[in-house]
Design a binder for this molecule. Structure first.
Ligand code: ADP
Ligand code: MG
Length: 326
């Protein structure tokens, strides 16, 4: 069963000057995680805001948990949780006050609100910080509180807009396990991300979006397979790059790509091609620093789908996809 189903969404800003969504359709199967992957400006937040009833599309339709988001926004709000860039958390209050307040807003009643706040603070490892104002919280703690707030009413569907953007690797790991736990508990999740690795880790299914429309859809594996077989990658000393490029191109039958000292090209015969390259390198007296077969990454997927690179190499373990230059 589809828990989320959006069809042909179009959304423009500034009297039609900016086309944020251009016929975007997607769906999320009950109890699964859909990763909406795209660079800055692709239309992720706009999509989430429409599904969470905060924004009306110019045209198109969307159903969440069987309810029409345009016709019955109040009903939709009763069954969803939303966490992300527009957090409704009050900075001056403590974490505990915030959660109790949310409970009251959702008409849980005093005792239930308190119980739920305590339970969520415990679960998100915020019990010690419960009585401190949010202003004293770290980025990771804020995100966890924000997520806790979105869980007050035990939503059927959870929308997470870039839940780990700006977090350090530790905070990101914590958030990933929390999200995984929620999914195990049966919540249907739509999460947006600019991180290829995040979609890879968390999502059952991925919708790659670019310029307001879905350009590819499938499991991480399927998307990688769609790009085609494996890649031969050989890292050599600087002086050996040119010759290695020649060898790799010959084995591959395609031109070889050089990134610093790593030479790569697609291959279809796996280990046979690997052996052939090794022999040719040996004949040329080249000793590779590293050699291997690699499956294409989601980054290769993005490149092959759009013709532009999604990610730039950088010291960070995870780097966001770069926004498109306008
Ligand atoms: N309130 C707004 N007014 C004008 N343009 C907007 C507004 N919100 C978003 N946009 C534009 O719409 C496009 C999609 O934005 P957004 O949905 O925020 O993308 P993402 O979340 O993927 O970064 C971008 O070009 C952005 O600049
Ligand atoms: Mg956004």
């Amino acid at each position: 069963m589809k828990t989320v189903e959006a069809k042909h969404l179009v959304k423009t800003y500034r009297n039609g000057e900016v086309k944020a969504l251009n016929d975007l359709s997607l769906d999320v199967e009950e109890g699964t995680v859909l990763g909406v992957l795209g660079p800055n400006g692709a239309g992720k937040t706009t999509t989430v805001r429409i599904l969470a009833t905060l924004l009306k599309p110019d045209s198109g339709s969307a159903i969440v948990a069987g309810i029409d988001v345009i016709k019955n926004p109040e009903k939709v709000r009763e069954v969803i949780g939303l966490s992300g860039q527009y957090a409704a958390v009050d900075e001056t209050l403590t974490g505990w006050d915030n959660l109790v307040m949310f409970g009251r807003l959702y008409h849980l009643g005093r005792q239930k609100s308190v119980d739920r706040a305590n339970e969520l603070l415990e679960r998100f490892d915020l019990t010690e910080a419960a009585k401190r104002p949010i202003t004293t919280y770290s980025g990771g703690m804020r995100r966890r509180l924000d997520l806790a707030a979105s869980l007050i009413v035990r939503p059927k569907v959870l929308f997470l807009d870039e839940p780990t953007t700006g977090l350090d690797p530790r905070g990101r790991q914590d958030m990933w396990s929390v999200i995984q736990e929620l999914v195990t508990g049966g919540v249907t999740v739509l999460l947006t991300t600019q991180y290829l690795e995040e979609a890879d880790q968390l999502a059952d299914d991925i919708a790659v979006i670019d310029r307001g429309t879905v350009i590819a859809r499938g499991t991480s594996d399927a998307l990688k397979t769609q790009v085609g077989g494996e890649k031969l990658e050989i890292t050599v000393e600087n002086t050996d790059i040119a010759k290695t490029q020649e060898i790799v191109a010959k084995v591959s039958g395609h031109s070889a790509y050089v990134n610093t000292r790593t030479v790569s090209a697609p291959v279809v015969n796996g280990s046979r091609d690997l052996m052939e390259a090794l022999r040719a390198l040996d004949d040329a007296k080249i000793h590779p620093l590293d050699i291997g077969l690699r499956r294409p990454s989601l980054d290769d997927v993005f490149l092959s789908l759009t013709g532009h690179v999604a990610e730039e190499v950088n010291e960070e373990a995870l780097t966001p996809m770069k926004g498109r230059k306008k």
